[in-house]
Design a protein around this ligand. Structure first.
Ligand code: F0G
Length: 351
């Protein structure tokens, strides 16, 4: 049967009624790909799966929560939706808000949003406002503006976002036939790890799974407030999606990690780029840099002996590699240009 998007497919677990208008782009149902080659290299005694969230309609996991958040905004007759974003939330809000005929306003940190994401927000017709500061400031301003203007804030502090995003955890269980032993996720504003934990917990309570996984969150070293235990005023990382110094769902993320006996780790930008290129070159899975933090975190934990033999590990790859073409091009070997002759091409192939 045709996949109808997360609201219809997981209706029993979501706060919707017959009166809720369903705004969907048929998000969800993303691939869970076994990564045997990568496993052999980074965690040889475990089974590794990649939840490829870049396969969602706008290219990131945000679509799951945005379907619900925009549907609920429409139900309560909001005048407009607004978000602060490192890029993916704005792309998703622009697409779903546009589809729902709602005006969409997005606040993004100038110069720190990957090109593909900016292009999406603009193409979908959102009003894009670049803030001369970072994401944390944009979110603070966004909250104030929404309260004053009566707009619906569709950042993950909107509870419907997490409700929608929890469906990813349920899908993993449906696809695996059980819950994994470990689930690794990149952490920025900390909504997604909280949503997965909510999803696993709801599935466990409903008797769909026998146990819940240990949740391992992974931050970038230059933007690791949760690992360090304090706000980072000037977050820095090549993984612009998770360049966040004061995560809104900090407490919920700590709860997910604590209740699951998991952990919160940090990795360097170099580790992130190694994982990013391995995923693309050896598994055929092109994700954006922030997404590769999950695999970089797994590599680190495995080297430290923290992945037991026989474990089933899922890494969520949160966004598509095409979101950030600049990083792909600038960190890969250069393409060569030659004369259009057989000899020149052969010479180049053999060089
Ligand atoms: N990966 C990607 C690709 C993201 O875009 C984000 C967050 C995360 C991971 C982290 O998820 O915030 O729930 O911990 N992006 C937000 C945005 C902040 O505005 O698009 P989180």
């Amino acid at each position: 049967m045709r996949w109808r998007g997360v609201i219809e497919e997981f209706r029993a677990f979501l706060p919707v009624t017959e009166q809720t208008p369903v705004v969907t782009l048929c998000e969800g149902n993303t691939p869970l790909i076994q990564a045997s080659r990568l496993a052999k290299r980074i965690c040889p005694h475990a089974s590794l799966y990649l939840k490829v969230e870049g396969a969602n309609p706008t290219g990131s996991f945000k679509d799951r929560g945005m379907s619900l958040a925009v549907s609920k905004a429409l139900e309560k007759r909001a005048r407009a939706v607004l978000c602060a974003s490192t890029g993916n939330t704005s792309a998703s809000a622009a697409a779903y808000g546009g589809r729902a005929e709602l005006p969409v306003y997005v606040l993004i940190p100038v110069g720190n949003v990957a090109l593909g994401k900016l292009a999406q927000a603009m193409a979908h017709g959102a009003t894009v406002i670049q803030i001369e500061d970072n994401f944390d400031q944009a979110l603070a301003i966004g909250k104030t503006v929404c309260a004053e203007e009566g707009f619906e804030l569709v950042n993950s502090i909107n509870p419907f976002r997490l409700e929608g995003q929890q469906t990813a955890a349920m899908e993993v269980c449906d696809q695996l036939g059980c819950a994994p032993s470990y689930h690794y996720l990149p952490v920025g504003n900390a909504g997604n790890i909280s949503a997965y934990w909510k999803g696993y917990t709801a599935y466990h309570a409903a008797g769909q799974i026998a146990h819940r996984p240990k949740m391992i969150g992974v931050q970038a070293e230059g933007a690791a407030p949760i690992v360090r235990g304090h706000v980072v005023e000037q977050p820095k990382t090549i993984a612009t999606a998770i360049r966040i110094g004061n995560p809104a769902s900090w407490k919920l993320a700590l709860q997910a990690v604590g209740e699951s006996s998991g952990d919160m780790k940090m990795v360097t930008d170099e580790d992130i780029l190694v994982a990013y290129h391995l995923l693309a070159a050896e598994e055929g899975v092109f994700c954006e840099p922030a997404s590769a933090a999950s695999v970089a975190g797994l590599t680190m934990c495995s080297q430290a002996g923290l992945v037991p033999e026989g474990a089933t590990v899922v890494c969520t790859l949160t966004g598509h590699g095409l979101k950030d073409p600049d990083t792909a091009v600038s960190t890969s070997p250069k393409a060569r240009t030659v004369k259009a002759t057989r000899d020149d091409v052969l010479a180049a192939l053999r060089a």
